[in-house]
Design a protein around this ligand. Structure first.
Ligand code: SF4
Ligand code: SF4
Length: 326
């Protein structure tokens, strides 16, 4: 394992955890297993007691990095950064990795390294969006003169961040260089939103939801009989701003959303590394069932393409990606 580095300095770390347990209430892994040992609280308290990351490896590996616990924490601990920091420390100490860990991709996977001179660049990531859907999204965002699809979408970087593995400086430089002419980046991988804001201050970083919902015709096609599924990682990474954005959207359209009473997004975990390996063992179907419990809707609209399959497996209600609204 090469040397590792942090992507963000913590505002507050595990030493600030009071043990209040609020983070449990929003944690999909707690809801699924009822096991205290898999929770953020348990990991923070264990670290306070001097436990080493390798002694709580199964708990660290269980986290889906959905980000739901961070806005819920009354101590304002940077929990997402802390989750990743713990994976970095665990990786330093272990020689065997879980089967869902990413195999580092070679630079050669980027077939086209031309720099896009567009004001909006779409990074489709490992979202599973096909070429036609991507072209449709580019048209929705103003056409090919204004918007372009990045050949290098940083999906390998997203996977390495999530796994707590090394980030190669040259690779990051190359990735960012290709984005330099854009003022807006539309990024499918929610886990990239926070680092991109730090690496490229001044650029607008949006998820597919915000970028497409800014289009009036798409907004108008959403209604009270829709269940709208917010992509949790991007949302929680910019929670204070986006909570207002989605409040307005909810009031304007009357749609239902996967938000709890604190307006924290309940995730399916479908974009996690664990789910990309196996959506059932990652618990995505149970998380999706929980989201749909007691809901009476005629359509499910998802921001994260990976959520389509999950909802299709648990319900007969039609499921579409947000780009399919028009
Ligand atoms: S990031 Fe998500 S899965 Fe991980 S501890 Fe927080 S709420 Fe639970
Ligand atoms: S919500 Fe924050 S302070 Fe409370 S137990 Fe969880 S991490 Fe600790």
């Amino acid at each position: 394992m090469p040397k590792t580095k942090s992507i963000k300095k913590n505002k507050k770390g595990y030493e600030s955890c009071s043990g209040c347990g609020v983070c449990l209430l929003v944690c999909p892994q707690w809801r699924r297993t009822s096991s205290m040992s898999v929770t953020r609280k348990a990991r923070a308290r264990a670290m306070q007691a001097g436990v080493l990351p390798e002694e709580i490896a199964s708990s660290i590996d269980a986290c889906l990095v959905c980000g739901s616990c961070e806005p819920a924490c009354p101590e304002e601990i940077s929990i997402t950064s802390m989750n990743i920091e713990q994976r970095i420390r665990l990786n330093r100490a272990r020689s065997k990795y879980p089967s869902w860990y990413p195999v580092p991709l070679k630079k050669a996977f980027i077939s086209d390294n031309s720099i896009l001179r567009r004001s909006t660049i779409v990074l489709a990531g490992g979202s599973g969006l096909g070429q036609k859907t991507c072209e449709h999204i580019i048209n929705l965002l103003g056409g090919s003169k204004k918007a372009g699809l990045a050949a290098d979408d940083g999906r390998d970087i997203a996977a390495l961040i999530e796994a707590g593995m090394v980030l190669d400086d040259e690779r990051i430089k190359y990735f960012l260089n290709n984005l330099r002419y854009a003022d807006t980046l539309v990024v499918a991988e929610g886990i990239l939103h926070l680092p991109l804001r730090e690496w490229l201050p001044g650029k607008k970083i949006k998820g597919f939801g915000e970028a497409l919902m800014d289009i009036r015709a798409i907004r108008r096609s959403l209604g009270p009989e829709d269940m709208y599924i917010i992509e949790s990682r991007g949302y929680h990474s910019d929670f204070e701003r986006l909570v207002k954005y989605y409040d307005r959207l909810r009031h304007e359209t009357g749609c239902q959303m996967n938000l709890d009473l604190q307006r924290i997004a309940i995730p399916t975990g479908a974009s996690s590394l664990q789910a990309r390996h196996n959506i059932e063992t990652a618990g995505c179907l149970e998380h999706a069932k929980w989201i749909m419990k007691g809901r009476r809707v005629k359509r499910i609209v998802v921001e994260d393409f990976a959520d389509i399959k999950v909802f299709q497996l648990i319900t007969d209600i039609p499921v579409i990606h947000i780009s399919g609204l028009i």
